[in-house]
Design a protein around this ligand. Sequence first.
Ligand SMILES: [Fe+2]
Ligand SMILES: [Fe+2]
Length: 400
Amino acid sequence: MARPAEELKRGYDVDENAVRFSNYFHVLREVVHLSNGWLPLAADFDVKYMLGDHLHDDARSISKVRRRLYELRHPSEYPGAPGDELVALLDRMEAAASVDEYFAVAYGEAKPLLVEAFRIHLERLDPVSDEPSLRLLRQLLARQERHIEEYAVRGSQFAEQGTSGIDELGALEIRLKAEPRPLRVMAPLEAPARDGFVEVTEEGDPFLRDELYVNDPELNHVPIEPDEQRHFFHGLMDAELTAAELMARNSHEHPEMPWDFHVDMARQTWDEMRHARVHGVLMPTELGCRWGDYPVTFSYFKSIYAHDLLGRLALFNSTSEQRAMWRHSRRREVLTERGQEKVAMVFDYLLADEVPHVHNGVRWGTYLLDGDEAAYRSKVRELRESLDETGTPREGAPAA
Ligand SMILES: [Fe+2]
Ligand SMILES: [Fe+2]
């Protein structure tokens, strides 16, 4: 097989290349960290969804950038510490006092700088000797372009393009001998935010009865009447938002955890946001109601959020989600029998996604207990004793 001989472009040397990837790494790492912190405080559903979707993309991008750094700087993947110019940008992004301010820096400055740097990088690299970078950068570029485009559409109310003063992100200095830059953790949440038209009360929707959430086959009630299905799916959408918010804050509040933990949390955050979106679509198209028709409560969120990471994993992933699996499969069966195929299918997917979510509990709970899975299981049993028969803290409201 003879290919026409083409001269090599030469492109960047290996060190320059690694410096560029290190700069991308630092920006993406703080964007993921801060998007996780802000997600619960974004009130608008579309904006919250966008954050969940994009932070998952960015977390996966970081894994790939780390891998490329490992290849280029073998055997170290250490990205060094950002230089002064980048620190100034990261400091401003970190100092945002509202979701809008965060968007202005993250989407108005940091992401456009990434796009610009990826384009320059792609333009100059040698496509033969550095083909691994070429493939990776094409993917990274497509992702960031999509993010900026969606931000321009959905987040137009705060679409403000800032001027970072940085000419070329990829070429900024990296301090290889310096300690890693610490990630600042935001103040603990008082409560998450919902769309302005959603009423938040202490009690939530009084229509949601305990029988919907018990795992006892004799007592569990699958909602089949149109009116009860409307309330039920509305409550489910809010429960999905709660789940996304808890996972996002687990990641944000624990920068000391291994990188894979953050990737798992990012995936689950996006999954839960997708679940919320599914219910949000199902309500007007199949059930005759919409998001915001009934009140919601933050009491369940608060009861889980009050725990440390181990407690949250034990009570949410290993208990609430684990028990919801049984109910989802039962709901699916009953609704299929009744001919509500589309609604039933939703539970099929919720159930499939729940398996890795439950696994996140065991995986990271065990990690927190020095690899002792038996100790984690006993922690789960101990914490479950504080729950009522719907699987929620005695004073809380049901989850899903
Ligand atoms: Fe979910
Ligand atoms: Fe889940």
